[in-house]
Design a protein around this ligand. Sequence first.
Ligand code: CO8
Length: 268
Amino acid sequence: MTGSPSPLTPPENLIVETDAGVAIVTVNRPKVLNALNTQTLDELRRTILALKGDDTVRVVVLTGAGEKSFVAGADINELAVQTPTAGREHAIRGQHVFDLVEQLGKPVIAAINGYALGGGCELAMACTIRIAADTAKLGQPEINLGLIPGYAGTQRLARIVGKGRALELMLTGDQISAQEALRLGLVNRVVPAADLMAEVKKLAAALAAKAPIAIRYILEAVNKGLEMPSAQAQIFEATLFGLVSSTDDMREGTAAFLEKRKPAFKGR
Ligand code: CO8
C-alpha cells in the first residue's frame, strides 16, 4: 500500500531522544550532510506536531548527525529535477514546516554543529535560539545554484540581521564563519565544537525549568506581535499579560520570590 505514513510510523531520517523535558531531534542523513529531502521534511513536520502535543516536553533541540554538518540545505537531487509547480508546492510545504518550528509554543534551540546552508540556515532561523560550534559555517548559497531561498529565508534573514546584510549574504552566496554570524546577530552564541551539546543541554535544562505558559506567551507575543502594528501588538501583549496573571505558575513564582525559595512551575 502506498500513501503518507501514519502518524505513528517512526521517522527514518530523524533521531528523536527525550530526557527530562528536553527532546533532541537529530537530522540523520550524514552521507549527504543531512540535506533535507521531502521525506525528511515530512518527518520533521510530524515530529514537531507530536512534540507540540506532548506536555512532558518543555524544550526542543534541533541538530545534525555527525561532526560536519547541521543541515547542508534542501536536497539538491530533488531540486535539480522539479517542475515549476512542484517547486512552488515544495517551497510552501517547507515554509509550513518551518512555521511549525517557529510557532511550536516551546523554545527550540538550534545546535549548529557544522554547515547550516540554504534550507539548513533557514531551519536554524526558524528556531528560537541559535548556538553555533566555532567550526560552523552558515550561508544562503542558493544563488550559486541559480535559485533563491525558498523556506522563508528571504524574510527571516532580513528580519534577523537587517535588510542590507541579508541581501549581501543572499546575493554573494558566501559561507560565513560562526564568529561572523555572531557579529551579525545571526547566532546567539558561539562555543567550542567539543562543548556544543553540553552547552545546549545546559541552556535547554534552564529553559525547561521556567514557567511553560509564560514561555508560550512570550513566544507568541514576539512572533505574532512582530507581524502587527505596534499599538495592536502592545494590546495583544497586555492581554497575554492579563491571562498569564491567572495561572498557578504566576502565584507560585511570586510566592517563591517572597519566600526566598526556588519556584516549582507546573505549567498550569
Ligand atoms: N543536497 C544533496 N546532497 C548534498 C547536499 C545537498 N544540499 N550537500 C552536500 N551533499 C552531498 C554531496 O553531493 C556529497 O555527496 P557524494 O559523497 O555522493 O558526492 C556529500 O553530501 C558530501 O558533500 P561534499 O563532498 O560536497 O562535501 P565537502 O566537504 O566537499 O563540501 C559543502 C561541503 C560545502 C557543504 C558542499 O557539500 C556544498 O556546497 N553543499 C551544497 C550546499 C548548498 O548549496 N545548499 C543549498 C541547497 S539549496 C536550498 O537549500 C534551497 C532551500 C529552499 C528550497 C525551497 C523548495 C524548492
